[in-house]
Design a protein around this ligand. Structure first.
Ligand SMILES: Nc1ncnc2c1ncn2[C@@H]1O[C@H](COP(=O)(O)OP(=O)(O)O)[C@@H](O)[C@H]1O
Ligand SMILES: [Mg+2]
Length: 527
C-alpha cells in the first residue's frame, strides 16, 4: 500500500493531527535551521574578523623585528598574543631567508608546533581558523605571519543554540498538539455525530431522524442539507407507502371483481350449456310435432275408412238378418269394403313408413352413436321428417347426393346440422313467404365428403357473417331466435364430425355453407 493510500485510510482526527503537527514541525524546523545557520555564520565571521585584525596589527608590529633579524624582539611581541585564549599557534616566517620559521608562539595546552617552513603550513584546517598575513615594510615583503585559532568556543556557543532550538521544537510541537486537540474537537465532533446519524438512518430506515447542528459553518450547511434530504426522503417514503396501500386496496378490489366475474362467467357457461341443450330438445320437439302432424293425416283417413266400413258392414248385417239382403246390396257392400280396406291399408302403410324414418332420426338426434349409414338415404329421411315444415312454404329442396355413399360417422349430428340449416333458411332467408330453392350437393373428395348447402334467400352482410358462429348471435332476438343454432352446427362439425365449416354470403345472394367432413371415422379417433 502506498503512503497516500495509508494516509487516506486514517481517521479524520489523525489526518487533522498529522497535518497540523506536520506543518508546525516543518515550519519550526525550517526556522530553527535558518536561525542556527545565521548564528553560526555570524559567530564565524566575528572570529575571522578578530583573527584578521589581530594578524594585521601583529604584522605591523613584527615588521621591525623581521627587518633587523631580531628573533627575541619577535618572541616578546608574540607573547603579547597570550591573551587570545583560543590561539593555537602563531608563526612568523622570514621571506628573505627562504620562508623558514623565524619566531613562534605555541601555547603548551594546545600541543601544536609551527611547521619549519611556510610552504608546509596547510591551506585550511578543519576545526580551526587559519590566517596568513604578509609583513611589509614600505613596498617590500619581509615575511608572513600565520595565526591559527581553534573554533571550539564557537561550537560551544552553537551547542547552546541547538539546545534552545530543540527546546523550541518540542515546545511548539506540544502547543501544536494541544491546539489541534482543541480544534479537532470542533471539526470532528459534528462529523462523528453526522456519521452516527447516517448509520442509524440506514440501519433503522427511520427517515424521521435529524442530525443536531453545532455551528453555522460549512459543516453546519452540510447538516442542513443532510436534514433537508432526510425530510425529502421521509415525505417521499410517506407518499410511496400511501400509494402502496392504495395499490394494495385496488389489487384487492380487482381480485374481488375478478372472483365475481369468474362466478358470473361460470354461471353464464352453465346457462349456455342449458340453452344449447334446450335448443337441441326444441328441435327434437319440432320433430315430434312434425311426426304427430304428418301421421295425423293417414291415421285420420284410416279412421274415416274404418268407420265407413264399420257402418256399411252393420247395414249389410241388419239387411241379412231381416232377409232383405238383395244382390245389388251385397255387391255394393263388397265394393265399399274393398275400397275402405284399400284406403285403410294404404294409410296404415304410410303411417308405418313415416314412423320408421322418424324413429331413426329421433334416436340419432338424441344419441350420439357412431355407425355406418348411406348418406343419400339418410338425408332423404331427414328431409322427410322436415316435410311438414316445408309444406307450409313455397320452398322446394333439391338433393343431389351420389348413391351408395357409405359413411361411418355420427348420423345424429348430420340430422341436427341439416335441420338447423334448413330451419334457418325457413326462418331467416325468406321473410315474405317468397318462393325459393334450397340445394344440397354432396361430392366425394378422397377420404372426405364436401357438403354444399345453398339457399337463394336474402343472404347476410359482412358483420352478421363474422359473428354467425358466435353463441347468442341472432338478428331475431325476442322473436324466437336464441342465436345458438349456428353455434351448435359449428361445434358438431368441428368436434363430433372432425370436419371444417365455412359460410359465404352476400346480402341478396343467399347463403352457401360448405362442410368438409371425413367419410369414415374410426372408433379410436373418436374415443
Ligand atoms: N340462411 C340464412 N339466411 C339469412 N340469414 C341467416 C341464415 N342462417 C342464419 N342467418 C343469420 O344468422 C343468425 C344466427 O343464426 P342462428 O345461430 O341459427 O340463430 P337464430 O336462428 O336463433 O337467430 C340469424 O339470426 C340470422 O340473422
Ligand atoms: Mg337458427
Amino acid at each position: 500500500m502506498s503512503i497516500l493510500h495509508r494516509l487516506s485510510a486514517l481517521p479524520i482526527r489523525h489526518k487533522i493531527l498529522l497535518s497540523i503537527i506536520g506543518t508546525s514541525l516543518i515550519v519550526v524546523l525550517l526556522s530553527t535551521a535558518v536561525y542556527l545557520t545565521v548564528g553560526w555564520v555570524g559567530l564565524k565571521n566575528k572570529a575571522v574578523d578578530e583573527i584578521e585584525t589581530t594578524a594585521n596589527m601583529f604584522a605591523q608590529n613584527v615588521s621591525a623585528a623581521l627587518s633587523f633579524g631580531d628573533v627575541s624582539a619577535a618572541g616578546d611581541l608574540l607573547l603579547s598574543l597570550k591573551a587570545l585564549t583560543e590561539l593555537e599557534r602563531a608563526c612568523v616566517y622570514d621571506k628573505n631567508a627562504g620562508g623558514v620559521l623565524f619566531a613562534s608562539y605555541t601555547p603548551a595546552a594546545k600541543g601544536l608546533q609551527c611547521p619549519k617552513e611556510l610552504a608546509a603550513v596547510p591551506e585550511d584546517l578543519a576545526g580551526s581558523l587559519l590566517h596568513r598575513e604578509k609583513v611589509f615594510v614600505g613596498q617590500d615583503q619581509l615575511g608572513t605571519v600565520v595565526l591559527q585559532r581553534s573554533t571550539d568556543d564557537l561550537q560551544g556557543a552553537m551547542g547552546l543554540s541547538v539546545l534552545v532550538a530543540v527546546g523550541m521544537v518540542l515546545v511548539s510541537s506540544l502547543i501544536a498538539f494541544l491546539l489541534t486537540s482543541f480544534f479537532r474537537r470542533l471539526i470532528e465532533q459534528p462529523i462523528t455525530q453526522l456519521v452516527a446519524t447516517t448509520q442509524r438512518v440506514s440501519e433503522e430506515s427511520d427517515f424521521g431522524l435529524r442530525a443536531e447542528k453545532f455551528a453555522n459553518d460549512e459543516i453546519g450547511t452540510l447538516f442542513d442539507s443532510f436534514n433537508g434530504m432526510l425530510a425529502q426522503i421521509q415525505s417521499r417514503d410517506l407518499a410511496l407507502s400511501l400509494a402502496h396501500d392504495e395499490l394494495k386496496q385496488q389489487v384487492t378490489e380487482v381480485e374481488e371483481a375478478n372472483a365475481a366475474l369468474n362466478t358470473t362467467l361460470k354461471q353464464l357457461r352453465e346457462t349456455q350449456e342449458q340453452l344449447v341443450n334446450q335448443e337441441k330438445m326444441a328441435s327434437l320437439g319440432g320433430l315430434v310435432a312434425g311426426v304427430a302432424h304428418e301421421i295425423n293425416t293417414p291415421i285420420g283417413v284410416g279412421v274415416t275408412a274404418a268407420s265407413t266400413l264399420h257402418a256399411a258392414t252393420e247395414d249389410m248385417s241388419a239387411s241379412y238378418e231381416a232377409g232383405r239382403l238383395t244382390d245389388s246390396g251385397l255387391r255394393k257392400y263388397v265394393q265399399t269394403a274393398i275400397q275402405s280396406a284399400g284406403i285403410l291399408l294404404n294409410n296404415l302403410n304410410r303411417a308405418a313408413n313415416l314412423i320408421h324414418s322418424f324413429k331413426q332420426v329421433a334416436v340419432d338426434q338424441t344419441s350420439s352413436e357412431l355407425r355406418q349409414f348411406d348418406l343419400h338415404n339418410y338425408l332423404e329421411e331427414i328431409l322427410l321428417s322436415l316435410l311438414p315444415k316445408l309444406k307450409k312454404t313455397n320452398i322446394s329442396v333439391e338433393l343431389n347426393v351420389p348413391d351408395n355413399l357409405l359413411m361411418q360417422s355420427f348420423p345424429g349430428a348430420f340430422s341436427q346440422i341439416i335441420t338447423n340449416l334448413l330451419m334457418n333458411s325457413l326462418v331467416h332467408a325468406y321473410p315474405d313467404t317468397k318462393e325459393g330453392t334450397i340445394r344440397i350437393d354432396v361430392d366425394q373428395e378422397g377420404e372426405q365428403i364436401a357438403l354444399h348447402y345453398r339457399d337463394d334467400g336474402v343472404g347476410m352482410d359482412r358483420a352478421a357473417l363474422d359473428k354467425v358462429f358466435d353463441p347468442f348471435f341472432t338478428t331475431r332476438r325476442g322473436d324466437g331466435g336464441s342465436g345458438l343454432g349456428m353455434h351448435i352446427v359449428y361445434n358438431l362439425v368441428t368436434q363430433q364430425l372432425r370436419g371444417r365449416i365455412r359460410m359465404d354470403s352476400k346480402p341478396g345472394e343467399g347463403v352457401h355453407v360448405t362442410l368438409q367432413i371425413p367419410q369414415k371415422l374410426s372408433m379410436e379417433e373418436v374415443a
